[in-house]
Structure formats: C-alpha cells, structure tokens
Design a protein around this ligand. Structure first.
Ligand code: SF4
Ligand code: SF4
Length: 434
C-alpha cells in the first residue's frame, strides 16, 4: 500500500506490523542497502542470526531498526521498488511511522520535545546569546545537559546570534544597504520583470548562522531578484525526527498559509537549508491535503538550485571579482534526495579559476539524531569517510548547517555555505558584525 500520513490506520499497530513484515521481507530479498546505514546493517545481521526466519523477528528487533534510522533518505532514491512500482516500498517513511506510533503510545519524549522546538529554543537563546554560547563550552553544564536531556557532552552545538536574521532583515529592507537592481545588460532582465522570491530562511539561519542568510540576500539582490521574507516557523523536520507528526502538520499548515499567497502572486520559494527545502517539496504534500501544499512544493527551490536556474535563463550575473581556488564541496543527503543534480557545484564553477571537488557522502549528523548520547559516537563513524576528504587544505563547503558542524567535529575544518563563497567571489562585503 502507498504510504499515507493521513490514513485511518496510520497509528494502528497491527497494520504497522503487517507492513513492517512485508517491507523487511522485500529488503531481505534485495539487500542493495546492506552498507548504507546502521538500520540496514542491524536488520540484515539479525535476519542472518535467525537463519532467515523472518517470523522470529520481534517488536524489539523492529524498534532497534527504527531507532537507528536517521532519515537521511539515501535508501529511497536507490530503491527500485518505490512508487509507482507495485511494491510501493518507502523504507524511510515507514521508519518514521514506527517513530510516530511509539510517540503516540508513550508520548513524545522530553528529549524530543526539547530538541524539536527550535523556535522556542532559538527565541530564548538569541536573547541571552553570549551566556548561552559560553555555557555550552562549560564541561559541568554539558554533563548536566547529557544527564537531563541526553545531548552528548562532546556534541559541538551551533552558536546563537544576538540578532535574528528576521530582525536584521526588517532593518535591512528599510535601509540604504539594499543593493540596487543591476542594469538589464548585466543580468538580462529589466527591473519591471524582476524574478520574485519569498525567502524561507530556516531556523538555523534565523537563530544561528545569520551570515548565510545575509549572503543569500546580498547575492539575490545583486542579481536583481525581488525578495520578501514573511513570518514563518520551523519547517517541521525536527518534529518528524521525534515522531511528532501532529506538530509537523501544524508547522506545515502555518508555513503554507504564509507562502501560498506569494506563490499565487508569481513568487518562487527559496530556502538555503537542504532539509527544509526537501521537506517543503516532498513531505508537505504528504502531510497536508490542502491543494496549496502541492502548489508551494512545485515552486520551492533550494537556494543554489534557484541560482542555477537563473544562470540557465541567462539571468545570473557572472561579474565575479575574486577567484576561489580549490573547494571541497559536500553534497548533503537531503539535496541528493531532491534529485536535482549538483547545483551548488555548478554555480561555484562559474567563478573563474575555481575548482570544485564534490564529496557525496553522509555526514551522519542527520537532524536531532546525532545529538542524542546513544547515537553520537556512531554518527562520527558514519561520517568518517566524509571527514577524510576535508584534510587537504582546500576551502570547504556544504549547504547543510548540521553537516558543517559534523565535518568540523570530525576533521577540524568548518565548511561554509556555498552562498557565502559566492558572495566573496562577487566581491560583496561580509557584514563586519559577523
Ligand atoms: S533513511 Fe537513511 S538512515 Fe534511514 S533507513 Fe534509509 S539509509 Fe538508513
Ligand atoms: S530499501 Fe529498497 S533497495 Fe534498499 S534493501 Fe530495501 S528493497 Fe532493497
């Protein structure tokens, strides 16, 4: 059967067990994903221990497989049995259903409640950013955090900004700092036929990595793109990580109510966060039956995908001032799962004397999964083949803010978002406050 968040039997344990048996049986016959992640590793080893007798798999075995899935989505594009194949196999979403049933039965854990509410955490933490950032470096405090909410003491966490991106943008749009639209000759479009985007900034940009948001606005404005930034909430991905489908649906509904009005007026939705753009493209139409979900999804672009589109339409300025040398670029899993190719690489390679090496390996951070003390060490093992690529002194880039943290933890090199590199190449100045 096709996966459906809104099916009447979504939370029914018997229906879930039947579907689990069906999926595990197909996967056992296929085993293409044997080395993809700990979930498949544990599943296939357990089946082998049971001499292939699938009937002996217990609920405990299934829970282990579910808990080890960090929703990277890598198995989905790889699988030959996904819809429209008659098997209608959707391994990652079935794992998500397992988490949702667990959360419905026992309640969302305190840990997941804390980690999911990125807007509340961000709002409080930005108000006291220096103290919060300082306390994250204090060992006894980290031990306390580990014991109370289960965040591993050695997990490097993002720093909070004292000013949110949204607050900065409100000032920016009224200031002279806005880059005036370039002339027709440079970008190929006149000011009255400007491309229009609504910028979905993401929690990470709003509360932590404000500079990525500023760079995005600088580059979009340089290219004559009209930008709007309406009120918005977390995309909902962290709620899905913890199995809280109801809250993910609420967040999707709020964002759709804000974004759909713009799309109906001819705007595209652009986001710098791979997981957020993935969610809006692929999961919003599944979480929400509102026709606006499909409308918004079909007009949503990853930021670099959008710039590549402008380039294809001969509307992207190639007025570069500085070459960027060698760049090692990490392709995040949630961009891979969007099936859009290598758009960040394609755009960065427009910069003269710039070479981009793509590394398409999972970082192992994956949302809230690697924050948890039971997963942290395993997450570093998953990311090891990726970390090894970031040791040759080349500039490092990744679109994913969590992969950036994980690569920094594993290799000592902190990648930047490709949009920050592009801003430098254009010779646009970084805000000195960043
Ligand atoms: S989504 Fe990723 S972690 Fe989950 S089962 Fe697929 S490959 Fe493994
Ligand atoms: S998810 Fe698909 S490709 Fe992967 S093991 Fe299962 S059936 Fe094979």
């Amino acid at each position: 059967m096709a996966f459906d968040f809104n099916a009447a039997d979504f939370y029914d344990t018997q229906s879930y067990a039947k579907e689990t048996a069906r999926i595990f049986d197909i996967c056992n016959g296929c085993r293409l994903c044997f080395n993809l992640c700990p979930s498949f590793d544990v599943l296939f080893k357990r089946i082998d221990e049971l001499d292939g007798d699938m009937d002996k798999l217990t609920d405990k075995d299934t829970k282990k497989v579910v808990d080890l899935c960090y929703d990277c989505k890598l198995c989905f594009p790889k699988c030959p049995y996904t819809p429209p194949h008659q098997y209608m196999l959707d391994f990652p979403r079935h794992m998500l259903r397992g988490k949702a049933i667990e959360a419905k039965k026992h309640g969302v854990t305190l840990q997941d409640k804390m980690l999911s509410n990125t807007d509340l955490l961000g709002t409080v933490s930005t108000k006291a950013a220096p103290i919060v950032n300082w306390s994250m470096e204090i060992k006894p405090f980290r031990i306390l955090m580990e014991k109370t909410i289960g965040i591993h003491r050695e997990r490097n966490l993002p720093k909070y900004s004292s000013q949110t991106f949204h607050a900065w943008y409100e000032k920016h749009k009224r200031s002279d700092a806005r880059i005036s639209p370039p002339d027709v000759e440079r970008t190929g479009h006149s000011t009255d036929e400007k491309p229009k985007v609504v910028f979905f900034h993401t929690c990470s940009v709003n509360y932590n990595d404000v500079d990525t948001g500023k760079a995005a606005i600088q580059v979009l404005e340089k290219n004559g793109v009209h930008v709007e930034v309406p009120p918005q909430k977390c995309c909902g991905m962290p709620y899905l990580d913890g199995g809280d489908v109801d809250n993910a649906k609420k967040h999707a509904a709020y964002n759709l109510s804000q974004l759909a009005e713009y799309v109906k007026k001819g705007y595209d939705v652009v986001s710098p966060g791979p997981s957020c753009s993935y969610l809006m493209k692929q999961e919003y139409p599944m979480l929400s039956k509102d026709p606006d979900a499909k409308l918004v999804a079909s007009h949503t672009f990853d930021l670099m995908e959008y710039l590549a589109k402008l380039n294809k339409e001969r509307k992207l300025s190639t007025d570069f001032k500085e070459s960027q040398g060698n760049i090692t670029y990490h392709l995040p899993c949630h961009l891979k799962a969007q099936n859009i190719g290598f758009k960040s690489r394609d755009v960065l390679q427009l910069i003269p004397e710039t070479n981009v090496e793509v590394v398409a390996k999972c970082s192992g951070h994956d949302g809230t999964w690697s924050l948890k003390k039971e997963n942290f060490k395993m997450s570093l093992e998953v990311g090891k083949p990726l970390f090894d690529k970031f040791t040759d002194g080349a500039a490092a880039a990744s679109d994913c803010p969590l992969a950036q943290l994980q690569i920094e933890k594993g290799s000592g090199t902190k990648p930047r978002h490709p949009i920050q590199i592009l801003r430098d190449a254009y010779g646009l100045e970084q805000d000195p406050k960043e």
